[in-house]
Design a protein around this ligand. Structure first.
Ligand code: FAD
Ligand code: UDP
Length: 389
């Protein structure tokens, strides 16, 4: 019968694992409950010809060269450096907040003074956290920190997470620094690229392998079940001896036995317009006005040359409730939630052929490159763990 593996979920976590396992001699049965592969990276073309990301804008950026090299086996990539503007007091300024943002929002004299204070206390072109400014001993710098926190972070974060910004885990706001200079790129990473024909094609190329069978519209938990007395998984009621790679939510895997893990979701609204461009940047953030957090215009990212047609997406953050059609986009990082997650991990410990990978299964706010990296590591562990026959 040979080596057989199960993969649940076909985002980056599941797809990379499926491909690695197939390339190393496993027969892989892979499930996704959606009608398509590519998880939250799913990209499709609208009737106006614009390619959009159905689950929110996804920009590939990394310092992990081996991750990029691995993905490059399945698609060519084009360079794309992501830039974001934020609407602050009626003006559009670069986010992360940088020297240009200071120049646009403060009178010239004050802007010059603020920039030279910052350069005196921080390295040129460094990326610092707003919390570094807030607690700085120099009064002008901490006041600037307060200004940035109020104008950029406080209301956006409250909208995004549904809780006050100062109650969030520090790692959340640290994703968006303040730049001591004029670099206006959203990400500092050395590699910033996009798959040339979009993510969906990249995923289809990864999954095109004679040993991978893909089952879409297929909730794996209807066929793959944990069986506590044996410490094994059952596939269609029969004990399964191969690795089970699970990239969904682990509360769901155990029927919410310990309670639901909290997530934040989004309502994503697409709008088409018969114009060349809707806005001057790929993304405009609306920290303070509007109920949505940001507007993405995909043509700036896909670099498609389509006259008189464009598509934008507005992101409305919403509470997540399991069981419905909502997508569990963001794990909510609190001590309480991490502790519930680790209780679920104890349940997983009974199953020595279960492998967790990805943003949901690891319950971490991971970017795509970190998820691909995690899949590369989980694969190594599967190979190390035992001689699957
Ligand atoms: P997912 O992509 O969520 O895939 C999990 C898959 O498992 C889904 O397709 C789901 O349907 C399936 N599944 C779950 N349970 C089951 C089941 N029981 N049976 C069958 N199938 C199941 N990262 C970046 O690096 N750059 C960005 O610009 C970026 N932008 C983002 C924007 C938004 C709005 C969000 C929410 C995230 C963004 N990310 C970005 C993060 C990125 O989405 C994640 O890193 C990535 O989706 C993780 O891949 P994954 O495979 O772990 O999960
Ligand atoms: N954030 C903010 N204002 C902004 C941009 C980001 O307050 O203009 C905060 C917000 O809490 C957000 C976090 O920084 O959730 C991380 O931002 P990022 O752009 O990385 O979010 P993602 O793209 O993952 O939704």
């Amino acid at each position: 019968m040979g080596k057989h593996a199960i993969v649940v979920g076909l985002g980056f976590a599941g797809t990379v694992l499926a491909r690695l396992l197939a390339d190393s001699g496993f027969t892989v049965t892979a499930f996704d409950r959606r009608p398509n592969v590519a998880g939250n990276m799913f990209e499709y073309e609208r009737s106006n010809g614009v390619r959009v990301h159905m689950y929110g804008p996804h920009i590939f950026h990394t310092d992990r060269k081996y991750v990029y090299e691995y993905l490059s086996r399945f698609s060519a990539f084009y360079p794309y450096s992501h830039r974001v503007l934020g609407q602050i007091d009626g003006k559009l300024v670069p986010i992360p907040f940088n020297f240009t943002s200071i120049e646009k929002l403060f009178p010239q004299n004050q802007a010059e003074k603020l920039k030279s204070e910052l350069l005196e206390h921080f390295d040129p072109d460094s990326r610092v956290f707003v919390s570094d400014l807030l607690r700085h001993p120099v009064a002008e710098i901490s006041a600037l920190g307060q200004y940035i926190f109020e104008k950029v972070f406080r209301n956006y974060s409250a909208k995004q997470w549904g809780v006050p910004a100062d109650s969030l885990d520090a790692s959340v706001l640290r994703r968006v620094p303040v730049i001591i200079g004029k670099d206006d790129r959203y990400f500092p990473d050395s590699i910033q690229m996009m798959p040339i024909f979009g993510y969906t094609e990249l995923f289809e190329n990864m999954l095109r392998h004679p040993s991978i069978s893909v089952h879409l519209n297929s909730d794996a938990l209807k066929r793959v079940r944990p069986h506590a007395p044996s410490g094994k998984f059952l596939l269609d009621g029969v004990p399964f001896d191969g690795p089970v790679c699970f990239t969904g939510s682990i509360d769901e895997l155990f029927d919410y036995a310990l309670g639901a893990l909290p997530y934040r979701s989004l309502e994503l609204c697409l709008e088409d317009y018969p114009v060349d461009y809707y806005q001057n940047a790929t993304v405009v953030n609306y920290p303070n006005e509007e109920n949505f957090t940001r507007i993405t215009e995909f043509k700036h990212m896909t670099l498609q040359d389509i006259p008189n047609a464009t598509t934008i997406m507005k992101e409305y953050p919403i509470a997540f409730h399991p069981g419905g059609r909502m997508v569990p986009f963001y794990p909510i990082q609190t001590d309480e939630n991490r502790s519930l997650y680790s209780d679920y991990l104890s349940l997983c410990g009974k199953y020595d052929r279960l492998y967790l990978c990805g943003r949901l299964a690891e319950y971490r706010y991971l970017n795509m490159d970190a998820v691909v990296d995690s899949a590369l590591q989980v694969f190594e562990k599967i190979i190390r763990d035992r001689d699957y026959e």
